[in-house]
Design a protein around this ligand. Structure first.
Ligand code: GLP
Length: 244
């Protein structure tokens, strides 16, 4: 079940997303978090709210969706680092409450299994998602089975290309794999909040909301979730045919 909110711009979108998130910022809750540019406005508002209203994260746990394979936590482009730079460093959340899949180690499959087990022990109250232009959520690229749990997945050419800009100036090759929560892991969240802006998301947004539920559009699986709030700007909503 979708609730769709169309905001006039990026700032409005962040405010609407914060209104939804705020309800979940209570002791004992588990937040599923995402990287990418889409959640950044929301993260700024969470930081502001913590600083101005004293909302505490001492008893909140977080689980991130994904991490690039091959990047240690200390790498400038790791998602672990992204989350600290853009959110965690400004909150009072204890480090042991923060969970980000690891992209390095001897036994990545075993690590993914352990991550899924932790998710089962700490059911996510609200899962925040961005949307890839090819319809991916987390790093579940088109073709990922709907019953997938946390796993190592290959990135598509288009995603690798989208990400090249972050690695080019480092003279490094762009990662081609990621550890990601699977589609079934994401679907276990009690509530899903997905944010997308810009015209390059319009087609994926239409696929998610109006297309058939098919593995070629991973986000379309959300049509089977009981409680999803979708927040879009006008450009991302431009290709929708139906009224939502
Ligand atoms: C990456 C992340 C996704 C994110 C997507 C879109 O692929 N793994 O979680 O949703 O990028 O990023 P952006 O929000 O920058 O468009």
């Amino acid at each position: 079940m979708f609730t769709v909110i169309i905001a006039k711009d990026k700032d409005e979108l962040a405010k609407e997303a914060f209104k939804v998130m705020k309800e979940y910022l209570v002791p004992g809750n588990v937040l599923g978090l995402a990287t990418g540019s889409s959640p950044l406005g929301l993260y700024k508002l969470m930081i502001e709210d913590h600083q101005q209203n004293g909302t505490s994260y001492k008893d909140i746990k977080t689980f991130n969706l994904d991490e690039y394979v091959g990047l240690p936590r200390t790498h400038r482009e790791s998602y672990y680092r992204f989350m600290h730079d853009n959110l965690f460093n400004y909150l009072d959340i204890p480090e042991e409450n923060i969970h980000v899949p690891s992209g390095v180690g001897e036994d990545l499959d075993g690590q993914c299994e352990a991550y899924e087990k932790m998710l089962d022990e700490n059911p996510v109250d609200i899962q925040l998602l961005g949307l890839g232009s090819d319809g991916h959520i987390g790093f579940n690229e088109p073709g990922t089975p709907f019953d997938s749990i946390t796993h190592v997945g290959d990135l598509t050419e288009s995603t690798i290309k989208d990400n090249q800009r972050f690695f080019n100036d480092l003279g490094e090759t762009t990662p081609t794999k990621a550890c990601t929560m699977g589609l079934a892991s994401i679907m276990k969240a009690k509530k899903v909040l997905i944010v997308a802006y810009g015209k390059n998301k319009a087609e994926a947004v239409r696929g998610m909301l109006e297309g058939p539920v098919v593995e070629s559009c991973p986000a379309s699986i959300l049509q089977r979730h009981p409680d999803v709030t979708v927040i879009l700007d006008e450009e991302a909503a431009a290709d929708l045919n139906e009224k939502h």
